[in-house]
Design a protein around this ligand. Structure first.
Ligand code: FE2
Ligand code: FE2
Length: 490
């Protein structure tokens, strides 16, 4: 009976956990909601009004208009839901961006579709969306943009529609994985070549007039000029991606890698003003990268997030032990555990200020508070207890939130294990290192720090193995190699 009750309690707990959203959903203001709704209405009007114009009004025409209008409205809603599901922290600016692209494409289709190939209208936006929001959002956008056709009088060749779907799906899937601008350039050359060849095979060789001087850009149906126009529009899109990144806060892989450049002013400052923190950051990058690779997370995101996680320590570098270098510890001088705890919390608050000042994208800024979660500042808490100060435990805990993603949770674990692994004896065995890692990770788990991160038990096991592998690398590096007697190097 006791077993049944325990199991029921466990099931109830699991059910309740499954109802809790993994990440805090984005709060969208009323004005933004209104703007989004108005854009969706505009999309629906553009997608359906031609039905009312082309034939005399009767009940069946009005009925099909209502159907088309509702279809477009629901499709726009589904697109927003899909984008929110893939990017729980998506901002209202980004939602407005996606649906404005849909609106622009609907309007362009209406104005230009008889003159311009649908390939050039749908594939370039799919590239931007896949780069900034991920492939699922891009695929949803492509299907909705292809299916809602504003002009019922214009029908697209079935083969062309098929090529459009294949090319845009390829762009949506590859776009999210591309890691630098050179690969983007390759995509913008190979996709038009692919579309040209497939149109040549499926639609016909007779539709090539090479360059038809005057009608070149708008010679719809001419597969050579259509493909060349697609290449040109894609190249222009690549040129404009950095502008979209900064205006709409898109986080592309190329932007992540740019931010991870150690020559960035904030990182240079960290290396000069807080060298100990910088070294700690580099070690954490190694630990977190290896663990994220093991669990199949976003390596570029965690590498960049790890680099910026402790930038807040720049506000008072010498208050953190790694930068003290044997000099006096200011915490000993003030001898006030409550004030010391405030200084520790300030490295999170100041870090968020640096992130805002340096326009770091939100997913990177999230690493700053989430790597500390609501951890207890154990050392100062016990010191306060020893001094018999009237204390509230919460005053000695970071403000949080606890890690909301697997990546920020991995960083918290790497942050916890780094100092212990660094301090470990060079002759320690793998078993001892694994025990230390497990102890630290278990304490975080027990404290509820990993509750919202969605890390499974299997993934936590893999993270431990990854940390152990990095520890082995560190140990190997620390073994001094014997040099030859006359100090010659080969
Ligand atoms: Fe920290
Ligand atoms: Fe740290």
């Amino acid at each position: 009976m006791k077993n049944i009750t325990t199991n029921l309690k466990k099931l109830l707990y699991l059910w309740r956990r499954s109802q809790v959203p993994i990440k805090e959903p984005t709060r969208i203001s009323k004005i933004d909601n209104l703007i989004i709704f108005l854009i969706c209405i505009l999309i629906s009007i553009i997608s359906s009004y031609k039905l009312l114009v082309i034939s005399p009004l009767n009940i069946s025409v009005i009925f099909s208009w209502i159907c088309n209008f509702t279809e477009a409205l629901i499709s726009s809603g589904i697109l927003i839901l899909v984008s929110k599901k893939e990017n729980p922290t998506i901002s209202s600016r980004q939602i407005i961006f996606i649906i404005t692209l849909l609106l622009a494409v609907q309007a362009s289709k209406l104005a230009l579709v008889s003159n311009i190939s649908p390939l050039s209208l749908i594939i370039p936006p799919a590239l931007i969306i896949s780069q900034g929001m991920g492939s699922i959002t891009a695929l949803a956008w492509v299907s909705i943009a292809s299916l809602i056709w504003p002009d019922p009088a214009v029908t697209i060749d079935n083969n062309l529609f098929f090529i459009l779907l294949v090319c845009s799906s390829v762009v949506s899937l590859l776009g999210a994985r591309i890691r630098n601008r050179a690969q983007l350039l390759q995509l913008s050359i190979f996709v038009p070549i692919g579309s040209f060849l497939s149109q040549w095979i499926l639609i016909g060789k007779d539709k090539i007039s090479l360059v038809d001087k005057q009608e070149f850009l708008f010679a719809n149906g001419d597969i050579f000029s259509d493909s060349l126009l697609l290449a040109i529009v894609m190249l222009f899109t690549i040129l404009f991606i950095p502008i979209f990144e900064s205006i709409f806060g898109l986080l592309t892989k190329a932007r992540l890698l740019e931010l991870a450049d150690k020559e960035k002013p904030l990182i240079r400052r960290l290396s000069l003003e807080a060298p100990g923190t910088f070294e700690h950051t580099l070690l954490i990058c190694g630990l977190a990268e290896e663990a994220t690779r093991m669990i199949g997370g976003d390596i570029d995101l965690i590498k960049t997030g790890a680099l910026y996680h402790d930038v807040g320590k720049l506000h008072a570098p010498n208050w953190f032990i790694e930068n003290q270098d044997g000099s006096k510890n200011p915490h000993d001088e003030i001898d006030d555990p409550v004030k010391s705890a405030e200084v520790l919390q300030a490295h999170v608050d100041e870090g968020l200020k640096y992130a805002r000042k340096n326009r770091l994208p939100k997913p990177i800024a999230n690493f700053i508070p989430e790597h500390q979660g609501t951890l207890k500042m154990g050392y100062f808490f016990h010191k306060a207890k020893e001094k018999n100060i009237k204390i509230n435990e919460n005053d000695f805990r970071y403000n949080g939130p606890v890690p909301q993603s697997k990546e920020t949770a991995v960083l918290m674990l790497a942050d916890g294990c780094e100092a212990a692994l660094r301090a470990m004896n060079i002759n320690a065995s793998d078993k001892e290192a694994l025990e230390t890692i497990s102890k630290i990770i278990y304490s975080r788990q027990k404290d509820g720090q990993l509750d919202d991160s969605n890390l499974s038990k299997g993934e936590i096991f893999l993270i431990k193995r990854a940390f152990l592998n990095v520890w082995k690398r560190i140990r190997h590096r620390r073994i001094q190699y014997p040099t030859t007697k006359n100090n010659t190097f080969s």
